[in-house]
Ligand binder design. Structure first.
Ligand SMILES: Cc1cc2nc3c(=O)[nH]c(=O)nc-3n(C[C@H](O)[C@H](O)[C@H](O)COP(=O)(O)OP(=O)(O)OC[C@H]3O[C@@H](n4cnc5c(N)ncnc54)[C@H](O)[C@@H]3O)c2cc1C
Length: 467
């Protein structure tokens, strides 16, 4: 007669190896574990088609590694867990801790409800090298600048990655993964208008096996990361962000695999540290999902009228007439991903040349990115908009043409993502829209004058600062 299994609640840790919470679940009772993923409409509906598609692929891969035992439920998590526990006679649920604002509120609520029914709920580990809330300044307050956080972070010694535990999986009834495809339930803000709504054309491999293969490939080129990571035309960054987002890999595993080959170059580990830092900042400042971290910047005047909505949509479609901006925005539409350097350039363009609200851009990114992560995204945007923790100063306005010349000198990235420019060599491809011999008729003319809009942004900034 089977004993009652421990319920393992998968969330952002869709893997078996180096999953301390799963190891703990496997040590309880006789080691039988019922693995469940709950599609919570409050989380699923604001996710765009790209993330929904990638989550589905990640869950399919997880189910395969569980021999088809993944139980998928749809609804409010405390009710679903309670129902499952009653069905299986379980008295314990284990999950990896979540630190995002909504996740924390959900987890407190679930813990209360289950405790009321005599069910033990344990949150173990985190999805970070160092969990939010652990690193503080000497006086015990949260770190407000990255440098201080990184110095403390580098002094920590993460435990070695764990093997996947031996588990006897228990099955139970559930729903199909089609519940993730309900596009009609998704909530689109008005300014998205009729912007494309389908999933990206490119499908990304998902799941733990693919994650380890990608990590192994990256390790072979990681030695050049510091030198090439800012060049969007090179395949020099890890592209591990979707795997890290859904926990097919733990960042501990990434650090362990890359530290051996980086030859003392810390630039890659520093990027993983930014991920931890932003999660820490969001943990301490849950309102920073939508409120600026620097109060004076809340006074910055942004445009919200119909002309602003039209400018937003031109930007989102990648039709600004500025090739690097357009290449980035089209990469986002086509692939559901964008190179970090270009994320900064397009974000700066939206805030400082188009005078739009950074939250509009952040929302579009959350909608289109398969690696969309609230902490990294909102704070990546706040950094670029000059409103976040040790943000780029507002008066540093990226010139997209100069950025293209510097970081994509042969126009490889631009020509890859903007088909109208595919046959136009550098340097003509950096400024193709101004008319003349090399202007392709199909590529839009620049939508604005960079210098005039830069001066307008600086004037608005001066006005905000003077109150
Ligand atoms: C406006 C803006 C929005 C962003 N939105 C997201 C987002 O929604 N999700 C997301 O994962 N990253 C986001 N980033 C950070 C960064 O652009 C991506 O993590 C990176 O491009 C992913 O590619 P990669 O895996 O090849 O990165 P690599 O360069 O190989 O870096 C390795 C890992 O480190 C982490 N990382 C790297 N750079 C950063 C950073 N600046 N901040 C936080 N973590 C970082 C990521 O987990 C990444 O996978 C954003 C950056 C900006 C400027």
């Amino acid at each position: 007669m089977p004993t009652s299994p421990t319920i393992f609640w998968f969330r952002r840790d869709l893997r078996l190896a180096d999953n301390p919470a799963l190891v703990e679940a496997a040590t309880l009772g006789d080691g039988a574990v019922a693995p469940v993923f709950i599609v919570d409409p409050r989380f699923a509906n604001p996710a765009g088609p790209a993330r929904a598609q990638y989550l589905r692929a990640s869950l399919e891969a997880l189910d395969e590694s569980l021999g088809g035992s993944l139980i998928v439920r749809y609804g409010e998590p405390s009710a679903e867990l309670l129902a499952l526990a009653r069905e299986l006679g379980s008295t314990c649920v284990v999950a990896t801790s979540d630190f995002a604002p909504l996740g924390l509120r959900r987890d407190e609520h679930v813990a209360r409800v289950l405790a009321g029914e005599g069910i033990d709920l344990r949150y173990v580990d985190s999805n970070y090298v160092v969990a939010p809330g652990i690193i503080t300044t000497k006086s015990g307050s949260p770190c407000r600048v990255f440098g201080a956080y990184r110095r403390a972070w580098e002094m920590t010694t993460p435990p070695s990655p764990l093997e996947a535990p031996r588990v006897h999986w228990r099955e139970a009834s559930g729903v199909g993964l089609e519940v993730l495809g309900d596009a009609s339930a998704r909530v689109r803000p008005r300014y998205f208008g009729d912007l494309p709504d389908g999933p990206p054309r490119q499908t990304w491999r998902a799941g733990e096996v693919a994650a380890h293969e990608r990590l192994a490939d990256f390790v072979t080129v990681a030695g050049a990361y510091g030198e090439l990571r800012d060049a969007p035309g090179e395949d020099a960054t890890s592209r591990l962000s979707p795997f890290l987002r859904f926990g097919a890999l733990h960042p501990r595993q990434v650090i362990a695999a890359t530290s051996r080959v980086s030859g003392g170059d810390r630039s890659f580990a520093t990027e993983i540290c930014w991920r931890d830092f932003y999660a820490d900042v969001l943990f301490h400042n849950p309102d920073s999902v939508s409120n600026v971290l620097q109060p004076a910047m809340a006074k910055l005047r942004v445009d919200r009228d119909e002309a602003a909505v039209r400018r937003f949509q031109v930007w989102a479609r990648g039709e600004t007439g500025y090739p690097l901006v357009d290449a980035g925005m089209r990469q986002l539409l086509d692939e559901g991903w964008m190179h970090n350097r270009v994320r900064m350039v397009v974000a700066s363009f939206l805030v400082k040349h188009l005078h739009l609200d950074w939250r509009w851009g952040a929302k579009w990114f959350m909608w289109r990115l398969i690696d969309a992560d609230l902490a990294s995204n909102q704070h990546g945007w706040q950094w670029t908009a000059g409103t976040g923790t040790d943000a780029a100063p507002f008066h540093r306005v990226f010139n997209p043409t100069l950025q293209a010349r510097r970081y994509d000198p042969e126009g490889i990235y631009i020509r890859r993502h903007v088909p109208e420019l595919a046959s136009i060599e550098a340097p003509q491809c950096f400024e193709p829209g101004g008319g003349g011999l090399f202007s392709p008729a199909s590529y839009p003319a620049p939508m604005l004058d960079l210098n005039a809009e830069r001066l307008e942004a600086l004037a608005r900034f001066a006005q905000a600062r003077s109150g």
